[in-house]
Design a protein around this ligand. Sequence first.
Ligand code: ATP
Ligand code: MG
Length: 137
Amino acid sequence: IERTFSIIKPDATKRNLTGKINSIIEGAGLRIVAQKRIRMTREQAETFYAVHKERPFFGELVDFMISEPVVVQVLEGENAIAKYREAMGATNPANAAPGTIRKEHALSVGENSVHGSDAPETAAIEIAQFFAGNEIV
Ligand code: ATP
Ligand code: MG
């Protein structure tokens, strides 16, 4: 059993898509074991996406992530990291497979509705940034 970290991003919360996205998550066999709606601070967003800080889109990405509330989640299941990446679809919705969250809901490569961890090490770091151990049940 593995855990991954998910964010339902501002473009999706703004369009009231939390339930539709959670339905795809649960349909993929993942269990939502922690969830909260928060407004990210600029500092939290910069820390979260620090790996991208030299990229040309970094400023735009941080502004986007703090523009509306987000829903942060911990998802649990067999191969949760890979399973969620598959359910999310490609970063650019134009390249995402039918039925994936990004194909069905994302607006663009930047406003792409969801985040999911890409490896066990990053999943652990990202979960710890937003959840205390006793919030995950
Ligand atoms: P995430 O890390 O959010 O799950 P990802 O792993 O599919 O997405 P990354 O390459 O890690 O994609 O990029 C992180 C995020 O930065 C993307 O989800 C997207 O919101 C934004 N992003 C990536 N590439 C671009 C781009 N070319 N222009 C604008 N924003 C981008
Ligand atoms: Mg990524």
